[in-house]
Structure formats: structure tokens, C-alpha cells
Ligand binder design. Structure first.
Ligand SMILES: *Cc1c(COP(=O)(O)O)cnc(C)c1O
Length: 417
């Protein structure tokens, strides 16, 4: 490794925004293209940059911070646990993991929990589990298990996961990929049923396709999917890493559809915005196929993670955040739909998981996001013409109304904004 001189000289003036930009440019891998805002503080729905300018966070770290930045009760659980015991490995038990299991099972009506760290790890773990279930329980011949997934899915960034992505940016140049996946269109139950073979073990799907641009399923789709999976003895895996934990106005988005998954994945907001925690939730029959030594993670289920996740779940349930997401989502969406701008093609969403799709002639979503940023609202463009809007679930009515005003100005007069 070649070393270069430390660019922050001792006794130099404190770093400025431009220095942070330069350092990121010079030393970071270039796998992100962030807005050039440098944040240094957050509280609730608000974040501040290094120059002290305040912004309403309408991305919420892709829903990792549903409870709001630096929530005091989660922060207290984090610091208390960190000062007592942070990691043991799973070679020994700890006094947080069993309580985390019990509380999470009670909240989600699950039998068992497999704790992991990132969302992608939870997805990978689920794929291992359903393959094992296919061989051990369903009787699929060795190494023939198939998992069906949807076009335009987003389930993470590991090799197996990008291997079944349909997004060329995520896939191209990273092969060869893991075999055993079939892709069907999202929202088409007939296509799902047609893709099933005797070797199919699971259908992996997002209740709402988040990264694809907040794509809602057609009415009745998931009811049909549920029936098909039951009829063919296939595990229905719902990836609720983004839709789960209150984002859509329900604890799990499956509740909107009136169905229950066989296996549910959560992550992101299980962290309370502090410390990565993910989980695979399922039944005795399915998670029971894993035997000691067959799967694991050094950090999975560590006491610090569990204490944080327990507090993250507790505040979500006790502080009315899920109900607030439903009420504020309705108010926010009504406000956005009321904006009279030729740029807007559609406003869609469920709860506080929202998106504004612009007409292609509007010149791309990025410039509107830049205009919003100048007005103190942080939003992310996706797929060129869509602006995602997903503030923390603790947003108030007056904050929603203020945000809608900023959207109105940015979407009607982006250059002036
Ligand atoms: C973010 C996300 C993931 C991946 O989570 P990471 O923690 O980034 O690995 C998986 N599935 C969905 C639906 C997501 O939104």
C-alpha cells in the first residue's frame, strides 16, 4: 500500500465542506455519487451540515432511521449496553439475545428468529434456509432447488443477490453468478405460477418495490401469491427490510394485503438508526432446518445489537410512530397531490413510503432534488425521473405542511428555489 502525506495538517484551520469533498474524492472508492452536502448532526427529522444549515431528512437513510435521528431512548440503550457488554460471539449466550427473540416474535407473530447484521446478510441467510428446507423437508433432489424472484427487485449487493438482479448497473461485470433463480414480472401472479417447477422452494419478493421507485403491487396480487405458494408448497419470503417496521403505516407491509409470509426479512430500522441489525423471522418448520454449525455470524445477535434493536422496536410500538406514519403519510401525499406542476406525472406511496414520478420532459429528478436541498429538504432521486420521499416516522403535521410548501416551490419553479 502506498501512503500519501496526511492532508489535514496539524494546527490548520478546522476542515471545511470543500476539504471534506476533496478528501472523499481523493481517497474513497467511487461506488457512490452523493449530493455535496456534508452532515455532522441529526435530531429527529432534522439534520445539520458542517456549516450549520438545517435540512428535513426525507430519505431517512433508506428507512434505517424510521425512529428519527439520535432518538434519546435508543441512544440511552446503546450507551448503557456499550458500557456493560458489547460482544460475546455466539459461542456463549448473552442476556440480551433471548429477550430480543421473545419481543420480536411477539411483535411479529413469528416462532423463531435468526439474527444477522445487514439486510443483504438476512437475504442470503433466507436463501440458504429455504434451499435447506427444500432438500430436507420438501424432497427436492440435491442441488436442484430454485427460488423465484421479481424483475426490478432490490435485495442487496452481495454476489448471489446481484446475480438475480435485472439492473445492469448492479450486475454487469460481477459474474459468474450463483445459479438457481428464476425471474418473473412483479405484480403478475399468473407468471409466478407458470414459473413454478417441482424444484421450486421459495418466492422472494418485496411487498412494495422500494429501490425500483416505490412500485405498489396491483390490488389482490399478494392474496393470489399467498394462495399459489400454499398450493405448490413454496415458501413465501417477504423482504420487508425497507417496508417493515412502520414505514408504510403498519408494523409490516403484509398487513395491508391481509396475508402472512412464511419467512420475513427485516433490517434497516431495526437498527434504530444506530447499529446494523437484521433478522430472519420464520416458523419452527422452516428455521428448524438449520443445525448447529451450518450458519452463523461473528457479530450476529451480539448484546449491543440486541439492546439497540429492542429499544428501536419498543419506541416504534410505544410512541405511536406506526399510527403517525399512516396519518402523516396521508397528509403528505394529499399535499403532494395538490401541487399543480406540469413536471409531476404521479404521486404514489403507502404511509410514509412515497415517491413523486416526473414526466421525462421535466429534465430529470436530480435537479429538483438540488432545488429541494437549497430549500432545506434532503431527497434522493432514483431511476432518473423519480423522487423518493420517506421522512422519519416522527414527523409532525406542521413539518409535513412546511415540507409540502418546499416541494411546491421546487417543483413549480426549480431555478428560483
Ligand atoms: C436496503 C435493502 C436491502 C439490503 O440491505 P443492506 O443493509 O443495505 O444490505 C435488502 N432488501 C431491501 C428491500 C432493501 O431496501
Amino acid at each position: 500500500m502506498t501512503m500519501t502525506a496526511d492532508p489535514i495538517v496539524r494546527d490548520a484551520p478546522p476542515p471545511t465542506r470543500d476539504l471534506y469533498l476533496a478528501l472523499e474524492q481523493e481517497f474513497g472508492a467511487r461506488n457512490y455519487k452523493p449530493f455535496d452536502v456534508v452532515l455532522s448532526r441529526g435530531l429527529g427529522v432534522w439534520v445539520w451540515d458542517v456549516d450549520g444549515k438545517r435540512y428535513l431528512d426525507c430519505l431517512s437513510a433508506y428507512s434505517a432511521v424510521n425512529q428519527g435521528h439520535c432518538h434519546p431512548r435508543i441512544l440511552a440503550a446503546l450507551t448503557e449496553q456499550a458500557s456493560r457488554l458489547a460482544i460475546t460471539s455466539r459461542a456463549f449466550m448473552n442476556d440480551q439475545l433471548p429477550l430480543f427473540y421473545k419481543e420480536l416474535c411477539a411483535a411479529t407473530r413469528s416462532h423463531r428468529v435468526l439474527p444477522m447484521n445487514s439486510g443483504a446478510e438476512a437475504v442470503e441467510s433466507a436463501i440458504k434456509v429455504v434451499r435447506k428446507w427444500g432438500y430436507a423437508v420438501k424432497g427436492v433432489p440435491t442441488d436442484r432447488a430454485e427460488v423465484i424472484v421479481c424483475a426490478n427487485n432490490f435485495h442487496g449487493r452481495t454476489l448471489t443477490i446481484v446475480g438475480f438482479s435485472t439492473d445492469p448497473t448492479a450486475r454487469d461485470g460481477f459474474g459468474p453468478f450463483t445459479p438457481g433463480f428464476r425471474i418473473v414480472p412483479f405484480g403478475d401472479a399468473t407468471a409466478l405460477e407458470a414459473a413454478i417447477t417441482p424444484n421450486t422452494v421459495a418466492f422472494l419478493v418485496e411487498p412494495i418495490q422500494g429501490e425500483a421507485g416505490v412500485i405498489l403491487p396491483p390490488r389482490g396480487y399478494f392474496k393470489a401469491v399467498r394462495k399459489i405458494c400454499t398450493r405448490h408448497n413454496i415458501i413465501l419470503i417477504l423482504d420487508e427490510i425497507q417496508t417493515g417496521l412502520g414505514r408504510t403505516g403498519r408494523l409490516l407491509a403484509e398487513e395491508h394485503e391481509g396475508i402472512e409470509a412464511d419467512l420475513t426479512l427485516i433490517g434497516k430500522a431495526l437498527s434504530g438508526g444506530f447499529y446494523p441489525v437484521s433478522a430472519v423471522l420464520s416458523t419452527d418448520e422452516i428455521l428448524g432446518v438449520l443445525k448447529p454449525g451450518e450458519h452463523g455470524s461473528t457479530f450476529g445477535g451480539n448484546p449491543l445489537a440486541c439492546a439497540v434493536a429492542r429499544a428501536a422496536l419498543k419506541v416504534l410500538l410505544e410512541e405511536g410512530m406506526i399510527e403517525n406514519a399512516e396519518a402523516m403519510g396521508a397528509r403528505f401525499q394529499a399535499g403532494l397531490r395538490g401541487i399543480d406542476s406540469p413536471a409531476i406525472k404521479e404521486v404514489r406511496g403507502r404511509g410514509l413510503m412515497m415517491a413523486i414520478e416526473l414526466h421525462p420532459e421535466a429534465g430529470g429528478a436530480r435537479r429538483y432534488c438540488e432545488a429541494l436541498r437549497r430549500r432545506g429538504v434532503l431527497c434522493k432521486d432514483t431511476h432518473d425521473h423519480t423522487i423518493r420521499v420517506s421522512p422519519p416516522l416522527v414527523i409532525t403535521g406542521s413539518e409535513v405542511d412546511w415540507a409540502v410548501e418546499q416541494f411546491e416551490t421546487a417543483l413549480t419553479r426549480p431555478e428560483a428555489a
